[in-house]
Design a binder for this molecule. Structure first.
Ligand code: UD1
Length: 421
């Protein structure tokens, strides 16, 4: 098993190029299932999760070609097996996103239950509520879900999401694009990745309005054609490098960013005294030019503070003098990094969905485990600020979602090595 050896040291400095967003590219790839022609996606990051999605699409009867670095051509015209088998589907939660498009295009889909990061129960009830509202018959077993449309296909309907789930909004949107009539998704998630998906679907001939607001209107069309799309930059990777500058008291210029997408992260870092400025060439972040103060964060659906940056931000807060509170409202079990940070000498206490951080003590290098993707990134950041060497195991979690993680950090001066046990 591979692991990272992180040597704590001085401030990071330099420039970094952000990759296409993991959370955008996976739904875009699933959406290609709806097209009767080839689709082309560019700025595709090299990630394990993208490889898994390629394998799933291939297993459904699709053809995927990597035509250039960062470019995929997906030909789903001849998909013939609307079943995502356990071995593949269970490797990643986003595999469930093939259900909506398969149901729309083939009238039937069977998907084995998703795996992915173990952060809470992560049910799919809201996805299913949407498919049912569109007229599908659902059979949900412990390890798979089967959905069947009526003889005339899916029918437009109003769906109210009890929580603005990102995945449910995407899946229902993809199911509704080929339905008869109009669908409204109320209390929809507003994340930038949803807007990116709607833009791609509209290029394919869909009629979607309101993506990025809490009310999405989808008028069904008969068929979708091929389209070309470039993936938006990864706002979570951007946030991770913003925090790398902050936690090492370094300065980093971050290229390929959408400032609006990282507004909550920038705002909270500024509250702590970190300089975050928009420059002509990107986002300039400097954690070393002023004394820093503690702050509280509370995760919320977009445009609130992203849950995916909660753990990296907590690592940073452990290095700032003073007390801070971290409140997690999106997932019920997203504090697994706390035990690992405490092992490194942090002082964090959990009460329910709140974590109380008493910051300012120097972290010390330790053996820690990446319990999920973002927790893994958080531990590497902590390791960069610690005294001595931190050994991070279970790094496949990190490599599922960050392109060239080690290479990008090393280019900024970080002393991080990937070694095989
Ligand atoms: C997506 C992101 C993930 C991010 C999360 C929240 C992808 C591939 N992953 O995950 O990185 O952390 O959004 O920003 O885009 N829920 C239900 N029932 C459902 C669906 C969700 O109760 O049917 C709950 C979940 O358990 C969770 C909350 O809703 O507590 C948010 O989940 P959701 O927005 O669906 O996250 P994902 O789409 O899985």
């Amino acid at each position: 098993m591979a692991k990272y050896l992180v040597q704590g040291g001085g401030p990071l400095s330099g420039e970094v190029q952000i990759s296409g967003a993991k959370n955008a590219v996976l739904p875009l790839m699933a959406a290609s299932l709806l097209a009767e022609e080839k689709c082309q996606i560019t700025d595709v990051p090299r990630l394990l999760d993208v490889d898994v999605m390629c394998e799933i699409l291939d297993s459904l009867g699709g053809k995927i070609e990597r035509t250039a670095p960062g470019e995929l051509v997906l030909d789903m015209s001849a998909i013939d097996k609307p079943v995502a088998e356990y071995e593949l589907a269970s490797r990643m939660r986003a595999s469930f996103l093939v259900m909506g498009p398969l149901l729309a295009r083939k009238g039937y889909a069977k998907v084995y239950m998703p795996g992915g990061c173990t952060i809470g129960a992560r049910p799919v009830d809201l996805h299913l509520k949407g498919f049912e509202a569109l007229g599908a018959e659902i059979i949900a077993k412990d390890d798979y879900v089967e959905a069947t449309a009526g003889p005339d296909g899916l029918k437009g309907a109003s769906v109210y999401l009890d929580f603005p789930s990102v995945g449910a909004t995407e899946n229902i949107m993809m199911a509704a694009v080929l339905a008869h009539g109009t669908t409204y998704i109320e209390n929809a998630a507003e994340e930038p990745e949803i807007v990116d998906l709607a833009n791609f679907l509209n290029k394919m001939g869909a009629s979607i309005k309101g993506a990025g607001t809490d009310l999405v209107k989808i008028e069904g069309v008969k068929t979708l054609h091929g389209a070309h799309h470039t993936v938006i930059p990864d706002r979570i990777e951007t946030g991770t490098f913003m925090l790398a500058a902050a936690i090492t008291r370094g300065e980093i210029l971050i290229h390929n960013i959408v400032p609006d997408h990282v507004r909550p992260i920038a705002a909270k870092l500024r509250e702590c005294g970190v300089t975050v400025e928009l420059a002509d060439e990107g986002l300039y972040v400097n954690g070393g030019d002023r004394p820093l103060v503690a702050t509280d964060i509370k995760t919320l659906p977009y445009p609130g503070f992203p849950t995916d940056i909660q753990s990296p931000f907590m690592s940073f807060l452990t290095t700032v003098n003073g007390a801070s509170r971290v409140i997690e409202t999106v997932f019920e079990n997203r504090f697994m990094h706390v035990a690992e940070l405490n092992r490194m000498g942090a002082n964090i206490r959990i009460e329910g969905h709140r974590a109380f951080v008493q910051g300012g003590k120097k972290l010390r290098g330790s053996r820690v485990m990446a319990t999920d993707l973002r927790a893994g990134a958080a531990l590497v950041l902590a390791g960069l600020a610690a005294e001595g060497t931190t050994e991070v195991s279970e790094i496949y979690h990190i490599e599922r979602g960050y392109e060239d993680f080690v290479g990008k950090f090393r280019a900024l001066g970080a002393n991080i090595l990937r070694v095989e046990d």
